[in-house]
Design a protein. Structure first.
Length: 187
């Protein structure tokens, strides 16, 4: 346990914690958008007559592969440009593309939308980790990054429980639209 005066030195401002809360909420949104296709795959596959391979392209190549490739250049962009702008622009684009996915009538439209979701989501974490290091002291970054990372599992839970329930009642298109809208409001 740290002495009281030393503990006070490593506590960041309330504003920094507010920023962390907002960034974690955005991370939750990104994971809901990321996982929604896995939740909705059976309904999408049935309605658009897709094969398992086509669903794999939609979830794998159209999102994951692009996300992985774009993450490194996005890290470099976070070093050079406004991280706040990168976060907001990414949030707007992936939320809008998720919303647009709800109107898709073909696999190609879904692939293009998921491609843009992957690119825009790849901007988030490089910008966030860099930004958090400005708001918090090095002694706090382990805790801060753990709080941010908890957004992964919260987002997955919301995607599977919340979006699954929406899709069951209203269909996959409504679920995609319902997932895209909150990100636009947060932005």
């Amino acid at each position: 346990s740290l002495p009281k005066e030393q503990a006070k030195k490593i506590i960041s401002s309330p504003y920094a914690w507010l920023v962390l809360g907002l960034l974690t909420l955005i991370y939750i949104s990104s994971f809901v958008d990321r996982q929604i296709i896995a939740v909705l795959a059976p309904q999408i596959q049935d309605q658009l007559s897709l094969s398992n391979f086509q669903v794999g392209i939609l979830y794998g190549t159209a999102f994951s592969f692009i996300y992985a490739i774009c993450g490194i250049p996005m890290g470099r962009l976070a070093d050079l440009y406004s991280r706040k702008l990168m976060i907001v622009a990414g949030l707007v684009i992936w939320s809008l593309m998720t919303l647009v996915s709800g109107f898709a009538t073909s696999l190609s439209v879904l692939i293009v939308a998921r491609f843009f979701v992957g690119i825009s989501e790849s901007a988030l974490s490089p910008a966030v980790y860099s930004l958090l290091s400005d708001y918090f002291k090095p002694e706090q970054l382990g805790t801060v990054c753990s709080i941010y990372a908890a957004g992964i599992f919260a987002g997955i839970g919301v995607a599977f429980l919340g979006c699954g329930a929406i899709a069951q009642v209203c269909g996959w298109r409504t679920a995609l639209m319902a997932v895209g809208l909150p990100g636009l409001l947060i932005a």
